[in-house]
Design a protein around this ligand. Structure first.
Ligand SMILES: Nc1ncnc2c1ncn2[C@@H]1O[C@H](COP(=O)(O)OP(=O)(O)OP(=O)(O)O)[C@@H](O)[C@H]1O
Ligand SMILES: [Mg+2]
Length: 324
């Protein structure tokens, strides 16, 4: 099924492929979909995919982030208002539900919706009609609802801050999108795709060592973090992206492996005193960080999460002073 295809959603990972095939099965059913996942995993791109591949795909797709919006504003954004509804309402205004009519509406950060709006949302979803703010007659609406949450809504229900009846209504098809660190096999394809996307004319490649580093990194910002990083590196690279072109915090993401590599001697020789091991490790870590940052002390200090002054004190202690 591919009614519109300018949207690219990379998925090599088996779990991601399963998600896509589950979506294909329900896409035309109009059932509400709840997308759950950490920031940057792709909830919005999935919402758009669901809309575009559905039989509503040629009608409007309307999205709104529900966090940090005052209740009154949120209410008139979602449901619109009639002329005279409040002092500044000199004309009528359609809300997003009306604009999305016959298409889909994507409510992002549904976990942040205040209880007052939850009640109104539930009423609209159940009756399939809405009342504008200050309006007198109900307006029928026909929209597919897609929502996204970064947290487990069931927990919010248990804590009494999310209406259970609304939860059941939006949770008809729950889809959990795993973080990137749990689907590392997607990383090479995403890297390739973003390199082409940002520098279509350059044919940029990554060395196996650099790619391995990206595969091993923990990606707290998920696909968005990877996308932004590739955009940045692609700008400055000509043909090949090497390990040393990657930011230091990525190179040092695995502290234990880094320590083991930095101080083989400490871990293999069993007869060193505690103080000797600590000093030897520290000395090697400082040396390694300096060599990775090519002598740039600010960068090296940052890679070890030390302040520059502490870092310099330690360099003095081990007679490792270098010019910046
Ligand atoms: N599988 C993928 N293939 C291609 N691009 C992707 C994929 N997943 C995410 N992206 C891209 O990564 C970026 C972040 O994705 P998206 O905005 O959908 O995340 P999100 O889960 O909605 O994040 P947030 O919770 O912060 O709103 C977007 O630019 C999106 O296009
Ligand atoms: Mg989003």
């Amino acid at each position: 099924m591919n009614r519109q295809n300018s949207l690219t959603l990379i998925s090599k990972n088996e779990t991601m492929r399963d998600i896509l095939s589950r979506i294909d099965k329900i896409v035309d059913s109009d059932s509400s979909v709840l997308l759950i996942g950490e920031t940057g995993v792709g909830k919005e791109i999935f919402a758009e995919y669901i809309h575009r591949t559905s039989n509503r795909g040629l009608n409007s797709f309307v999205k709104i982030g529900l966090s940090a919006m005052p209740v009154d504003l949120l209410e008139s954004e979602l449901f619109g208002y009639d002329k005279g509804a409040f002092t500044s309402a000199s004309t009528e205004k359609k809300g997003l539900f009306e604009i999305a009519n016959n298409g889909s509406i994507f409510l992002d950060d549904i976990d942040d919706v205040p209880l007052q709006i939850q009640t109104k949302l539930l009423r609209v979803l159940e009756s399939r009609e809405l009342m504008r703010v200050g309006g007198t007659s109900p307006i029928p609406i026909n929209v597919r609802l897609i929502t996204a949450s970064k947290v487990d809504l069931k927990e919010l229900v248990n804590r009494g801050i999310f209406r259970p009846d609304l939860f059941y209504r939006i949770n008809v098809v729950p889809i959990y999108i795993p973080p990137l660190r749990e689907r590392r096999d997607d990383i090479p394809a995403l890297v390739e795709y973003f390199l082409k996307h940002y520098q279509p004319g350059k044919d940029l490649k990554m060395t196996p060592e650099a790619l391995k580093c990206l595969i091993n990194y923990s990606w707290p910002g998920n696909v968005r973090e990877l996308k932004n990083l590739i955009q940045r590196i692609a700008l400055f690279s000509e043909d090949e992206i090497k390990f040393s072109d990657l930011p230091v915090e990525l190179q040092n993401d695995k502290p234990i492996e880094f320590l083991l590599k930095a101080c083989n001697k400490c871990f293999s020789e069993g007869d060193m005193a505690f103080d000797q091991i600590v000093n030897c490790l520290e000395h090697n870590l400082l040396k390694e960080a300096l060599s990775k940052s090519k002598g740039n002390q600010t960068q090296a200090a940052k890679s070890l999460s030390l302040s520059l002054s502490t870092f310099r004190d330690k360099l003095k202690k081990y007679s490792l002073i270098t010019q910046e």
